[in-house]
Ligand binder design. Structure first.
Ligand code: FMN
Length: 324
């Protein structure tokens, strides 16, 4: 009863704050601000891209999505200017849609007039921005075969680092890996704030409180955030945590690939603490902090916790027959 009376109001108030922040910045109530609109455009063009990548795309599919996409592109251009990389991707998807239908003798596809008008006005891009591409199994296998399970088993949370400076180019390379994470409707909400100033690293770690005993050796501190403006409606209220977690995991493997040591540092904090961190690092209100990651070079020898894992069978349930 004591715990209930003490903790429940606190938990409730945090939920209220989360709720009002979600309503304020997500695209639930108003999809007009630039980033909310770009997220909608991305989600919509991606639905068409997905349709085009199915084994046998149904001719004439996606009428509603096409209409919504064209309307949203016009709206963005009216309010914020004619060009943006997201618009280029969207228009290239429309081009792929048009050429798929033309080459399959289906010239009367939905929204044809508007699509052709948009294609005629589009600037040319040297690199592909959207649509589909063919990949071969052989190419994937070539990339996969040099990687063994050891790559994953030899990743440890490292809590002691050498004095060697971490090159920002290595962090950039890891961010490229993180950006290849699966992400809801390709909305790309993850971002990394790389802190290189030793004093600011200390101040941020003092707020975080989970790096006691090794904070002094951290060479770079990464703060992984997601953009709340990329989500909308009740069902997506937790989507940012999902996308951010996956982004962070790939980032860690990207650092590991470069031979860097890292340690995740939780951001299990209240809204007030998050606001303190936002002010310290100059984060925007719509940025949710997923976690911090301490980075440094791995010493010649380092002690790590054994961190025993459960037997995989204990976390696996195979359903071979549906018990109706
Ligand atoms: C979201 C998250 C938050 C974490 N926070 C901390 C932390 O604050 N301090 C710390 O020393 N380790 C932290 N860790 C590291 C875990 O303790 C570690 O990943 C776990 O024990 C498994 O060990 P391993 O990463 O070496 O396999 C965190 C890990 C995750 C995924």
């Amino acid at each position: 009863m004591y715990r209930l009376l003490k903790s429940a109001p606190q938990v409730f108030m945090e939920y209220v704050k989360d709720f009002s922040r979600y309503l304020k910045y997500s695209g639930t109530l108003d999809g007009t601000p630039a980033q909310n609109l770009l997220a909608r455009i991305t989600a919509t063009y991606h639905n068409i891209e997905k349709g085009l990548s199915l084994p046998q795309p149904r001719l004439g599919f996606g009428k509603e999505n096409l209409g919504n996409l064209i309307e949203a592109i016009h709206k963005y251009q009216r309010l914020y200017g004619p060009s943006h990389p997201v618009l280029s991707s969207a228009i290239e998807v429309l081009a792929t849609y048009a050429s798929y239908h033309e080459t399959h003798d289906y010239p009367d596809y939905p929204c044809k007039r508007e699509i052709l008008k948009m294609l005629a006005a589009r600037p040319r891009h040297p690199a592909q921005m959207g649509g589909t591409r063919l990949v071969t199994r052989e190419r994937i296998m070539q990339a996969v075969s040099p990687v063994s399970e050891q790559f994953f088993l030899q990743r440890h949370s490292i809590r002691a680092f050498s004095d060697r400076e971490v090159d920002l180019a290595d962090i950039e390379a890891a961010i490229r890996v993180a950006q290849k994470s699966p992400v809801v409707c390709n909305r790309q909400s993850g971002a990394v704030h790389v802190i290189a100033d030793p004093e600011l690293i200390q101040a941020a770690l003092d707020l975080q409180m989970g790096a006691r005993g090794f904070s002094h050796a951290v060479n770079k501190l990464l703060v992984v955030t997601v953009d709340l403006r990329n989500f909308w409606q009740a069902g997506e209220r937790n989507q940012g945590w999902m996308d951010g977690g996956m982004f962070a995991m790939s980032l860690i493997y990207g650092l590991h690939l470069r031979g860097l040591g890292s340690c995740c540092l939780n951001w299990s904090k209240t809204n007030r603490q998050t606001q303190q961190m936002r002010e310290l690092l100059g984060l925007q209100q719509w940025e949710s902090i997923i976690m911090l990651i301490a980075v440094g070079h791995i010493p010649e020898q380092v002690v790590v916790p054994f961190s025993s894992r459960k037997d995989p069978l204990l976390v696996t349930r195979v359903i071979t027959k549906w018990q109706k």
